[in-house]
Design a protein. Sequence first.
Length: 140
Amino acid sequence: MECSAFTKPFKALAVLLVSSALIWGWRMWVDGVLEASWRSSGWLLAALIMMAYTEWHILKGKTSLDSTTLKQTWMWNKQVSVQDLAYARLFRVRGLDWLIAPRLYVKTHSGKMAAFYAADPFMLAEFKRLAIELQQKTAP
């Protein structure tokens, strides 16, 4: 099973914010607010590049789950073995799933922690099932 890590409204919000920042930066440059030097404009350019890089990963991020592995593509790819999971808990903001992607926090037996985002209701159902199974497995 594979789905987008982030919701369409969240992706649209990311595009809107980055586009607005790019337009704002361009207007500052054209209006002469920024000096024509790398010292003053370099910081703005660095911030815009970082924002665009993050936006790209928001738009392209995928979460996948199969019988052996839970993975997410992101700025750095995350991957954990399902057999190695010691703990899992699904966090969500009820009523705002359409905007704020719910996430599954996991901890492995070796102590590695990771968060996996999912925007698909079927993936969320699998996340919930996985968390319940782990809880039952560790219950006395």
